[in-house]
Design a protein around this ligand. Structure first.
Ligand code: FAD
Length: 456
């Protein structure tokens, strides 16, 4: 094989693409990984999951210290440079880690914008790379609003919102989903007046209304102003104008963060020229093995159907590579957890109570509040609850939602039980260490049959 010929060519080095590349190399394939960014890791590592969590971490520590130490600390502000230093150091460490893993697997890394010119052929600048299989993993970009185009200064996307060099007096965030809520909390903790405008009747759209209402109450108590059932209408003279159920409102906004979702990124890839089909939402259409309508061209991650989440892209990347090597590699798209990393965190997997009702299922619901959990009280974070939805006749777990400190970690045990077809009884009979937050999961599972020990 020549230097430009490979078994697998991957376009996009995000969590989907680089995981697929590593797994394929582990399975003996000769792989090239191409990204137009100078660094590997894609949206997630460079401008998404990781920098946003670094910002949430340092501002959370600051908030806790202020609460514990009182006025003396409260009077001091946290330098913005310190927050950005922690973000940049975290990202840099992980970039180096991913690059090391990829190179040591013998994967060729190419920097540049790739265009598919024919099945098996991709161009980067003047160089043509050939491969038996091409994997598209080009991810997504922030969606914009037609009435509110990004200008990078007063109307920004999450790309700029993670790297603000100066604190604005006010920030209005259009969209009450994970990204808007997380970044809203980051900047609000540092004194920015943050308002969230959400056109749906609740924030955190994928959750049951009781969970979303509890989150809204908590975030409001912490200083965020949340306007649900509110439509953005205009932004002029430093004010966002909106319609709240027929009543006009105006919110001062030095900066507007548009956080209304993300769209698949397929521009410049040459897909229409090669004949790769997209669906009506611009996502690449694939079959159950991630193959597009063109043999030898595959796609995974944010550019195909499903939740735009890093772990979903990773699962698909590994499963794709294993299937290419002849393996079966199951992947259950109904069990991909979602998390909002605010304080309190919210996490979910499977069906909500509302979705189960829409499917005509008869369910039993168990809930357990963290106020009755010793570890939560000892850690002074007893807000929230666990909610378990089980099938009324088979007792099989259908869905779990958690709101509270540590929800992002707790949800994994629910995912594991559900992956193996577990019932509420299985979870209730699993011994959980004491005192841990996870005991709330066990108690909620017991509450499904009204036999929780530590609640009435
Ligand atoms: C602020 C923010 C916070 C987030 N937080 C979370 C979180 O906490 N948890 C979570 O699971 N998800 C989170 N996400 C979503 C997550 O980042 C994405 O779901 C994930 O990165 C998708 O992975 P991917 O591999 O499909 O694509 P991406 O990570 O988007 O990577 C695609 C790569 O393809 C490259 N590329 C595109 N076109 C070309 C081309 N023609 N040639 C060469 N290279 C190209 C891009 O440069 C990019 O590096 C967050 C996103 C944002 C914006």
């Amino acid at each position: 094989m020549s230097a430009t010929e490979f078994d697998l060519l991957v376009i996009g080095a995000g969590p989907g693409g680089y995981v697929a590349a590593i797994r394929a190399a582990q399975l003996g394939m000769r792989v090239v990984l191409i990204d137009k960014r100078a660094d590997l890791g894609g949206t997630c590592l460079n401008v998404g999951c990781i920098p946003s969590k670094a910002l949430l971490h340092s501002t959370h520590e600051y908030e806790r210290l202020r609460a514990l130490a009182g006025e003396e600390v409260a009077a001091k502000s946290l330098p913005l440079e310190a927050i950005h230093r922690h973000r940049q150091q975290t990202v840099a460490a992980l970039r180096a880690g991913v690059k090391g893993l990829v190179s040591r697997r013998g994967i060729t890394i190419v920097q540049g914008a790739a265009t598919v010119v024919a099945p098996g052929e991709v161009k980067v600048g003047e160089i043509t790379y050939r491969a038996r299989h091409i994997l598209l993993a080009t991810g997504s970009r922030p969606a914009s609003l037609p009435l509110l185009p990004f200008n990078g200064i007063s109307v920004i996307s999450s790309d700029e919102a993670i790297a603000l060099e100066r604190l604005p007096r006010q920030m209005v965030i259009i969209g009450g989903g994970a990204i808007g809520l997380e970044l809203g909390q980051v900047w609000s903790r540092l004194g920015v007046e943050v308002s969230i405008v959400e056109f749906m009747p609740q924030i955190a759209a994928g959750y049951d209304s009781d969970v979303a209402a509890a989150l809204e109450r908590s975030l409001t108590r912490r200083g965020l102003k949340i306007y649900t059932s509110t439509h953005f209408t205009d932004y002029k003279h430093g004010r966002v104008e909106a319609d709240r159920e027929g009543e006009p409102i105006a919110l001062p906004a030095e900066v507007v963060l548009v956080s209304v979702g993300r769209v698949p990124y397929t521009e410049g890839l040459g897909l229409s020229e090669v004949g790769v089909e997209l669906d009506r939402r611009g996502r690449v259409k694939v079959d159950a093995n991630f193959q597009t309508n063109i043999p030898g061209i595959y796609a995974i991650g944010d550019i195909i159907e499903g939740p735009m989440l890093a772990h979903k892209a990773e699962e698909e990347g590994a499963a794709f590579a294993e299937r290419l090597a002849g393996g079966k590699a199951p992947i259950d798209h109904s069990l991909i957890p979602g998390v909002i990393y605010t304080d309190p965190e919210v996490a979910s997997v499977g069906l909500t109570e509302r979705a189960a009702a829409e499917q005509g299922r008869v369910v039993k619901v168990g809930k357990f509040n963290f106020t009755a959990n010793g570890r939560a009280l000892a850690g002074a974070s007893s807000e929230g609850f666990v909610k378990i939805i089980a099938d009324a006749s088979t007792d099989r777990l259908l869905g779990v939602q958690v709101i509270g400190s540590g929800a992002s970690e707790l949800i994994s045990s629910a995912v594991a039980h559900m992956t193996y077809g577990g019932s509420a009884e299985d979870l209730a009979r699993t011994c959980h260490a004491h005192p841990t937050l996870s005991e709330a999961l066990k108690e909620a599972a017991m509450a499904v049959d009204k036999r929780a020990i530590h609640s009435l």
